[in-house]
Design a protein around this ligand. Structure first.
Ligand code: DON
Length: 303
């Protein structure tokens, strides 16, 4: 397996120069655009990895998957999806003009920023407690008590994110989020700044592949949550590229703008890929290439 991973990195590394590291969150622009890492773990816990798989980066939008899980655990599926849709969209991840098209318009899905801010607001707890609960859930799923957040990236986004701030206030005005808008945004920026590596992502993937069971078997959440998460990842996880991605890769996935991609192959594997050079959709350009190759090589498409 390691030979396959090495080969995929070699074959795809040329792609990094066709992408661009995110700089709208200033601290993210410090990333090395040539970095590539991969880790794949089967549901028995066997791990295979290559490249910069230990290097840490911020989870960014991949945290939306965990926030959705926690909101559903706290409030139930019906209450969550009353406030955020479950339909894919052909708009970029940070678009929100559609909220204005209908009076009751809610964000299309929990993977775009507007939807994710609603999801985060639905997590139980006052202020920072929401964040602590989300962080503890990630620690529990990965079995790593040391996972924390990157203060520089957090502050960098908090002090520049006028677009997210604008959409959060609009969501509040529409009655889709409750409580203090700045508090909700603070939790959202912190959750996006949680630092992980490819091994952590592979463990999160294995957890969902294993229907919400942790590897040591200690923790078991309702397995119906995995079905919802995997379905939403398949249809919405790669934003307005999700359709082509399903055709070419066929692995339920979620990307983050720091360059991570989480992959879930139900009943089989969890996958973590890192490559901070992004395509125009905000997805890791080399991550896409590698997952496409891996899917062909191992026959991983769910379709
Ligand atoms: O809210 C933002 O814009 C970022 N914190 C997260 C966006 C993101 O990761 C988009 N994914 N590729």
């Amino acid at each position: 397996m390691e030979n396959v991973l090495n080969k995929l990195i070699e074959e795809n590394k040329y792609l990094t120069k066709y992408g661009k590291v995110a700089d709208y969150i200033p601290a993210l622009s410090n990333a090395n655009s040539d970095d590539i890492g991969i880790c794949i773990m089967d549901i028995k816990g066997n791990v295979y990895s290559s490249g910069e798989y230990i290097k840490k980066f911020t989870i960014q939008s991949i945290s939306k998957v965990i926030a959705l899980m926690l909101a559903i655990l706290d409030k139930g599926k019906n209450e969550v999806f009353q406030r955020v849709g479950m339909e894919p969209t052909d708009e970029p991840f940070n678009s929100f003009y559609k909220l204005e098209l209908h009076e009751e318009g809610k964000p299309s899905n929990p993977m775009i920023n507007a939807g994710a801010i609603v999801t985060t607001s639905l997590i139980e707890g006052k202020g920072n407690e929401k964040f602590t609960r989300l962080l503890n859930l990630i620690r529990d799923i990965t079995g790593d008590e040391n996972i924390s957040y990157n203060k520089e990236v957090y502050m960098s986004e908090k002090s520049t994110s006028n677009r997210n701030r604008a959409m959060a206030y609009l969501l509040k005005e529409k009655g889709l989020i409750e409580g203090d808008v700045e508090e909700v945004l603070d939790v959202y920026f912190k959750q996006c700044s949680i630092e992980i590596n490819c091994i952590h992502l592979a463990k999160i993937g294995t957890f969902f592949a294993n229907k919400c069971r942790t590897l040591n078997g200690d923790t078991h959440y309702p397995e119906g949550i995995a079905n919802i998460i995997v379905a939403i990842m398949t249809t919405c996880g790669m934003y307005d590229f999700s359709g082509q991605y399903a055709v070419e890769v066929g692995i339920p996935s979620k990307s983050g703008v720091a360059g991570g991609i989480l992959g879930v192959v139900p009943n089989k594997y969890g996958i973590g890929v890192y490559g901070p050079s992004l395509d125009k959709y905000g997805n890791s350009i080399v991550g896409y290439g590698i997952l496409k190759g891996l899917s062909k090589e191992l026959g991983l498409s769910i379709f």
